[in-house]
Design a protein around this ligand. Structure first.
Ligand code: BGC
Length: 889
C-alpha cells in the first residue's frame, strides 16, 4: 500500500462514539479576552472586541444567544447592572470578536465585563466576568523625553533616576513607559514587569508603543525612587548590512515615563520623566543588537534605584525635543519575554582556556553566565550556529558583520550571574574564553526570548524524524518572532522581510496565537508604505534595501491580513487594512493595464532561493510569479470583502481576478496544460516550465479546468524526473504541497515530505538541523547568506496541519471546521491538537494493519465536516467522534 491515494479503499466499518449527555450539564464560559488579550492593561482601543469560549461537554453544544454587560465596578455586574454598556440579548451563534458599542471610553479606567450565553435549549450559562483597562487614550503624551547629556555614540548605556515622595496612602499606581531606544525600569530597587527589549520594534518614525504596569505594590507612602537603563535597541543601533545607526530618527536614544498614583482619598499624582532626573554611566559599556553587550560589574552602583541614594555626583538628564507627530500608543500585543531556558548538552575544550558549549538546539536569546573569580577578570562569550568543518571551533562567517559577542568583567564577590539586557543572539554554540578556572557544567544556561504569544499547536506522529521537522519549524518561529517577524536571528540582518512572513503566516498562526501580533505587525507594514506601495520589509529601512512592490514580498500586506482574517475570524484586521490593500492593488492595476504584472518599481525576488541555485535568484519568470500573486491577492480581496459584507467590492475584485486569470492563461499556459515562460536568470539558466511555474498556475486555480489534469500530471512528472525532489524556492515551496494535496496527489506530497536527499526538509535534519535552514543547500551554499534559522521553508507546517493532521477552517475562525486527514502507509499514527478561537480541535488517526481509525474532538459551538479517506462524509456538531475504515488494495 504505497500510493494510498490511488488505491481503492473499501469501507468496512464506520461508527461514531458519542460522549453521553450529562443530565445536569450546563455550559460555562471561559477564555474571556479583549482584543485577543487576557485582561490587558493600557489598551487604547476605542472599540475593543470581546471573545469567549464555551465549555460544554454535551453533544452538539451550541450558543444561540449572548448578552454582554460592561460596568465601572464589579459589584454592579454581580447585580446584573451595566452602567457603561448593555449589549442586550443578541441572537447569534458567534462568540469571537464582538465589538464594544457603548459610549466613549475614559482613559486609565478599569472596565469590568461579563457575558452570558444561551445554549441550544435556550438555557443561559452563568455569567463569566473579566476586565480590561484603558490606556492613556491621549493624543498628547504627558511626559518629556530624557537622555544622558553624553550623546557620543560610544558612550556607555546610561542610568536615569528620580525620587519622589508620596504623602498619602496609595490606592493604585500605574506606570506608562517607553523609549526611542530600549529600556529597563525599576521602582525602589525592584524590576518593573518581565518584558524584555521594550518597547517593541515599530516604525518609530510614525509610532512607538508604551508599556503599562501595575506598580501599586512597588510603591509606598514616603520617599520612592524610579530608575531606568536606556539602550539603543532597534531605534538606535545599526540595522541591515549596509544601513547605519538611527535609521528611524535622530540621536540620541531617549526615555519617557509617566507614573500615575491614585490615593485612597481619590486624589491623584502624576510623576513624569523631566529635567529633574539625573543620570550616570551604567556598567554596560556597550550594547547593541547585532554585536552584543559588554558589561563591567566593577562599575555597578549599589542602591542607585532606591530612595536614600546619594546622587550628588550624577549629572542632570537632558530633555530632548521629540516630535509630537510620533504616536505613542499602548502595547496591544504580547511583548518579548524569556519563554524557556535550555541547558547545554555537552561542552569541550579545543585548546587551553577555550571552552565550547553545545546547547543542543539552535535558538535565539542570550546566555546566563555563572562565574566566580577575581575582580577584573574578563569572560568573553562568542556565539555561533554551527561548528567549523573540523568540529573544533565555532564557525561565524555566516554572521557577516554581526560580532555576536558578550563580555563580562567580574566584580570579584562570590558567585556572579550575568545576563545581558539589550542584545540577543541566534546560536547553538557558545565559545567561552577568559573563564577563571575550569567552567562547571552549569556555567552556561541558554535563555530563550521571543514574542510571548501562547503556543497553540500540539503535534506528534509515529515518525520521529517528522516530529523533529515539526520541532524545527517551531524553534525557527520562536527565534524569529521578536516583536516583528524577522528573516533570521543571527547575522547583520534580522529584518521584517515580508515575503518570508507571508509564506509562513498560516503555519505561524497554527503554532501561536498571533491575532494581536498580526494587527501589530500589519500596522508596521502600513506605516512602511511608500505612497500606495507596500515595502518589502516592515518596519521599513531608509534608504530601503530594496524598493517597494516586490511580488510575494509586498503582497504580504494583503496575504497576512487575509490569513489572520481566516484563522481568527477577525474582521477588525480587515477593516484596518482595507484602504491600504485596496490602494496597493489599484496601483498595480494602474501600472499594468494588460493584467500582466511586469511593470513594478521593485527588484523582483520572485521564487527566491530555488533549490540548488548558486545565487539566490529565481528560476521561474518573475512576471509569471508576480501575475499569479496578483490574482491570488485579488481572490483574497474578494473573500475579505464578502466577510465584511462589502458586496460591490467583492464583485469588483472578482472581476479583477478574472481579468488577471485570463491574461495569465494567455501569456503563460501552454496548449498542453503546462505553465511557464522562457526566462534567463542570473545563473544564465533559461527556464520555461518549472515546478514553481506550475504551482503558480494551479494553486490560485488560474489554469482552466479543462487543462488542470494535464498541468497536475506535468507537475508530478517534473517531481518524478527529479527523483522525488522539489526544485522550488520560497514562494513555490509554500504552495507546492498544498497544490499536490488539493489535486489528489497526497502520495506525491508524502514522497517529497519523506525525501531525505537534497533538496528536502529531511535532508536538513539528516545533517543535524535543529531549526529550518535558509537554503536547501545550507551545508554547501554561499557562506555569507547561509542562515541556519530562517522559517520560510517551514511553510510546510501548513500542509502538515491541514492535510496530514487534517484540521482546516471551513469558515473564518474555525466556526465551521473541516477534518480531512490524508493517511499514508509510512505513518501508523498522527496526532494534532489546535487551540482554535472556539476551543481545542483534535484530530488523531492511526493506520494499523490496513485499518484507518480517526478520533476527533469538535469544540462546543462549532460544527464540522469530517471527510474520511474515499470521501465518506459526516456533518457533525460539537462532540468526540471515532470512525474506522478498512483500507484494502
Ligand atoms: C533575507 C530573506 C529575504 C531576502 C529578500 C534575504 O537577505 O534573509 O529571507 O526575503 O533577502 O529576498
Amino acid at each position: 500500500m504505497t500510493a494510498l491515494a490511488h488505491t481503492r479503499l473499501r469501507l468496512l466499518t464506520c461508527g461514531a462514539l458519542l460522549i453521553p449527555s450529562l443530565a445536569a450539564a450546563q455550559s460555562h464560559l471561559t477564555h474571556l479576552r479583549v482584543d485577543a488579550l487576557d485582561t490587558p492593561l493600557g489598551l487604547d482601543a476605542e472599540h475593543p472586541h470581546f471573545s469567549w469560549q464555551i465549555a460544554d461537554p454535551r453533544q452538539d453544544a451550541k450558543q444561540t444567544a449572548y448578552h454582554i454587560l460592561v460596568a465601572s465596578r464589579p459589584e454592579l455586574l454581580a447585580d446584573g447592572k451595566a452602567d457603561i454598556w448593555d449589549s442586550g440579548k443578541i441572537d447569534a451563534d458567534h462568540s469571537i470578536n464582538v465589538a464594544y458599542a457603548g459610549p466613549t471610553l475614559k482613559p486609565r479606567q478599569r472596565y469590568y465585563w461579563n457575558v452570558r450565553a444561551w445554549d441550544q435549549s435556550g438555557t443561559p450559562s452563568p455569567a463569566a466576568t473579566s476586565w480590561w483597562e484603558t490606556g492613556l487614550m491621549h493624543p498628547k503624551w504627558p511626559a518629556a523625553w530624557i537622555t544622558s547629556p553624553d550623546t557620543s555614540n560610544h558612550a556607555p548605556v546610561p542610568l536615569l533616576r528620580s525620587t519622589f515622595t508620596l504623602a498619602k496612602p496609595i490606592a493604585q499606581a500605574r506606570v506608562y513607559a517607553t523609549a526611542l531606544g530600549t529600556y529597563r525600569l525599576s521602582l525602589n530597587g525592584t524590576r518593573v514587569g518581565q518584558d524584555l527589549l521594550t518597547p517593541d520594534w515599530t516604525d518609530y518614525r510614525i509610532r512607538v508603543t508604551y508599556q503599562t504596569y501595575d506598580v501599586t505594590s512597588l510603591l509606598h507612602r514616603g520617599p520612592n525612587a524610579i530608575g531606568a537603563w536606556l539602550g539603543k535597541g532597534w531605534y538606535g543601533g545599526p540595522l541591515g548590512w549596509e544601513v547605519g545607526d538611527f535609521v528611524f530618527g535622530a540621536q540620541p536614544p531617549r526615555l519617557s515615563v509617566a507614573l500615575y498614583v491614585r490615593y485612597t482619598d481619590g486624589s491623584e499624582s502624576l510623576i513624569t520623566s523631566d529635567s529633574s532626573w539625573t543620570t550616570h554611566e551604567s556598567p554596560i559599556e556597550s550594547a547593541e543588537l547585532y554585536n552584543g553587550e559588554r558589561y563591567d560589574a566593577r562599575h555597578e552602583i549599589d542602591g542607585w534605584d532606591r530612595p536614600g541614594f546619594d546622587a550628588r555626583r550624577w549629572t542632570p538628564a537632558r530633555v530632548v525635543a521629540t516630535s509630537d507627530t510620533i504616536r505613542v500608543t499602548g502595547q496591544a500585543s504580547p511583548t518579548i519575554r524569556e519563554t524557556r531556558t535550555v541547558h547545554p548538552v555537552r561542552h569541550f575544550s579545543p585548546k587551553p582556556g577555550t571552552y565550547i558549549y553545545d546547547i543542543g538546539q539552535n535558538l535565539a536569546g542570550w546566555v546566563r553566565l555563572r562565574v566566580q573569580g577575581p575582580a577584573g577578570t574578563v569572560v568573553q562569550l562568542r556565539f555561533a550556529e554551527v561548528l567549523d568543518s573540523a568540529g573544533t571551533g565555532i564557525y561565524r562567517d555566516n554572521l557577516r558583520k554581526a560580532e555576536a559577542t558578550d563580555s563580562y568583567t567580574l566584580r570579584g564577590h562570590g558567585t556572579e550571574v550575568f545576563e545581558p539586557r539589550f542584545t540577543y543572539h541566534g546560536f547553538r554554540f557558545v565559545e567561552v574564553t577568559g573563564y577563571p578556572g575550569t567552567p562547571p557544567d552549569d556555567a552556561i544556561t541558554a535563555v530563550v526570548l521571543n514574542t510571548d504569544a501562547s503556543e497553540t499547536m500540539r503535534f506528534t506522529t509515529s515518525d520521529s524524524v517528522i516530529n523533529r521537522l515539526w520541532e524545527n519549524i517551531r524553534w525557527s518561529q520562536r527565534a524569529n518572532f521578536y516583536s516583528v517577524p524577522t528573516d533570521c536571528p543571527q547575522r547583520d540582518e534580522r529584518l521584517g522581510w515580508m515575503g518570508d512572513a507571508q509564506v509562513f503566516w498560516r503555519t505561524a498562526t497554527f503554532n501561536m496565537d498571533l491575532q494581536a501580533f498580526t494587527r501589530k505587525w500589519l500596522t508596521d507594514v502600513r506605516d512602511g508604505r511608500i505612497g500606495d506601495c507596500y515595502n518589502n520589509i516592515a518596519p521599513r529601512l531608509d534608504p530601503p534595501i530594496a524598493p517597494c512592490g516586490g511580488a510575494g514580498w509586498a503582497d504580504a500586506g494583503v496575504i497576512v491580513t487575509w490569513t489572520a482574517a481566516r484563522q481568527y475570524g477577525d474582521t477588525q484586521v480587515v477593516h484596518e487594512n482595507w484602504a491600504a490593500m485596496d490602494a496597493y492593488l489599484t496601483s498595480i492595476r494602474a501600472n499594468n493595464p494588460d493584467f500582466i504584472r511586469k511593470n513594478t518599481q521593485a527588484f523582483e525576488f520572485a521564487d527566491w532561493l530555488p533549490a540548488d541555485a548558486t545565487v539566490p535568484t529565481t528560476k521561474t519568470a518573475p512576471a509569471l510569479v508576480a501575475t499569479a500573486y496578483w490574482a491570488y491577492d485579488a481572490q483574497a480581496m474578494e473573500m475579505m470583502a464578502r466577510q465584511l459584507g462589502r458586496t460591490a467590492d467583492a464583485e469588483r475584485y472578482h472581476a479583477i481576478a478574472d481579468s488577471v486569470r485570463t491574461a495569465f492563461v494567455r501569456a503563460f499556459v501552454h496548449s498542453d496544460g503546462s505553465v511557464g515562460k522562457a526566462f534567463t536568470n542570473h545563473d544564465g539558466v533559461a527556464s520555461d516550465v518549472t515546478q514553481t511555474s506550475l504551482v503558480m498556475g494551479l494553486h490560485p486555480s488560474l489554469v482552466p479546468d479543462s487543462q488542470r489534469t494535464a498541468a497536475v500530471a506535468r507537475l508530478v512528472r517534473d517531481i518524478t524526473d527529479h527523483h522525488d525532489h522539489l526544485t522550488t524556492g520560497f514562494l513555490g515551496t509554500a504552495w507546492l504541497m498544498n497544490t499536490l494535496s488539493e489535486s489528489g496527489q497526497d502520495s506525491v506530497a508524502y514522497r517529497l515530505l519523506f525525501q531525505d536527499t537534497r533538496p528536502s526538509w529531511l535532508y536538513m535534519i539528516k545533517h543535524g538541523a535543529t531549526t529550518m535552514w535558509e537554503r536547501w543547500n545550507g551545508d554547501t551554499g554561499d557562506r555569507t547568506m547561509n542562515s541556519y534559522n530562517h522559517y520560510a521553508f517551514g511553510a510546510v507546517g501548513e500542509w502538515m496541519y491541514r492535510f496530514m493532521v487534517g484540521i482546516d477552517a471551513d469558515s473564518a475562525g474555525y466556526h465551521a471546521i473541516r477534518i480531512q486527514p490524508r493517511p499514508n502507509a509510512r505513518l501508523s499514527h498522527v496526532h494534532g491538537e489546535y487551540d482554535s478561537p472556539y476551543g481545542t480541535i483534535v484530530s488523531d488517526w492511526t493506520l494499523v494493519n490496513g485499518t484507518f481509525t480517526l478520533s476527533t474532538t469538535i469544540p462546543a459551538n462549532t460544527t464540522a465536516t469530517i471527510v474520511m479517506p474515499m470521501g465518506e462524509t459526516h456533518k457533525v456538531g460539537a462532540g468526540t467522534y471515532r470512525y474506522s475504515v478498512q483500507m484494502t488494495h
